[in-house]
Design a protein around this ligand. Structure first.
Ligand code: AHG
Ligand code: MN
Ligand code: MN
Length: 338
């Protein structure tokens, strides 16, 4: 046989996301499969969004939609498209009774009263990067509802602490598209194979290096930051660490997850609570970071232990390699005492 063909046949395709989810479900004798289906719905929607993103330049879907979201931020056309795609997939899937989205002010009642789960989602993270062909992402958190099954979804179903997430993940639409998720038993990454339309397991049990040499923050805000954060940046510079800031948290986080590093979006003089949303953005990343051996705090408290009081709550955010996050915490403690 032609050696090239022999080699091609010898290489298996690997484990698809569907099979992986199925195998994991079989390890839990009482699992009913709804969470598995929910993850599949998210994967399907992400494939559609991936297609739109890949062709954005050709389809006249770059640029602004001409509206603002609930936080007064400009909405991009792809923000709106991704929001609709994910919400539709989640409604049709019937496992989720409620959704909160970064792009929607209120809780979305899906009408699926028998659904056991609720979801918080940032349909498109880093959307300002879309016009210039830079990586963007989707972030999601899944919780078990608190109100009785068969009834209307309630605010208390969503306003849960990050420690109560049953699953969380992100999709990075980058030089390749990947889905990374955890259900609390480690973190696994799947790379999208566009010609098959499948996510294939490519990164098993991801562990974040304990220590790193990359720091990611918007350093242009240096003079807007508080003294402790400025001192930490000075420390990073003294150590000759590398600055890497894409401006899409998913992409910055993903790089740091694999290579070791810290991402932070601290409070600033004009935004005392920072910018990032606890429920749509930070909780999922914190869960993944911890599952991979990393750490996530608001500078003083573990992100996953913050009790949210409203859906669009913001928080300062420090996430990444354990020792790097501990270092910045030391600076924060030290400056609080002075
Ligand atoms: P989104 O596109 O969902 O609004 O999120 C953008 C976020 C995050 O991804 C990124 O790290 C940060 O905003 C960038 O903000 P700055 O431009 O202030 O650095
Ligand atoms: Mn975002
Ligand atoms: Mn967004």
């Amino acid at each position: 046989m032609n050696p090239e063909i022999a080699l091609r046949i010898a290489l298996p395709i690997g484990t698809t996301l569907d099979r992986f989810i199925q195998q994991k479900q079989e390890q839990f004798p009482f699992a009913t499969g709804e969470l598995s289906q929910l993850l599949r719905d998210i994967a399907l929607a992400s494939k559609i969004v991936n297609r739109e993103i890949n062709r954005a330049g050709l389809l006249d879907i770059v640029g602004s939609f001409g509206t603002q979201n609930v936080q007064g931020e400009e909405q991009k056309k792809l923000d709106v498209i991704a929001n609709v795609r994910f919400i539709r997939a989640l409604k049709n899937g019937r496992e989720a009774c409620g959704i909160i989205s970064e792009e929607e002010e209120d809780l979305i009642d899906t009408g699926n009263y028998n659904g056991k789960y609720v979801i918080a989602i940032d349909p498109l993270d880093g959307s300002s990067n879309i016009d210039v062909n830079v990586s963007v992402g989707t972030i999601f958190s899944i919780y078990r509802r608190r109100s009785p099954i068969g009834t209307e979804v309630q605010a208390e179903d969503l306003l849960q602490r990050g420690v109560d997430q049953v699953a969380a993940g992100y999709i990075i639409y980058g030089s390749s598209t990947m889905l990374v998720y955890t259900t609390g038993y480690g973190v696994n990454g799947f790379t999208y194979e566009p010609s098959l339309g499948e996510y294939i397991l490519s990164h098993t049990n991801i562990q974040m290096p304990e220590e790193g040499t990359i720091y990611s923050c918007n350093e242009g805000q240096y003079h807007e930051y508080f003294a402790a954060d400025r001192a930490y940046i000075d420390y990073c510079r003294e150590q000759k660490y590398k600055t890497r800031y894409i401006g899409s948290m998913v992409a910055d986080f993903h790089r740091n997850l694999l290579k070791g590093g810290i991402f932070f979006y601290p409070a600033t003089q004009s935004a005392k609570k920072g910018k990032l949303r606890l429920m749509h953005e930070c909780n999922a990343m914190a869960f993944i970071a911890e599952q991979a051996g990393g750490k996530a705090t608001d500078g003083k408290q573990r992100i996953l232990e913050i009790t949210p009081t409203h859906y669009h709550q913001r928080t300062p955010f420090y996430v990444g390699s354990k020792k790097m996050v501990e270092k910045v915490e030391q600076f924060i403690k030290q400056f609080a005492q002075e």
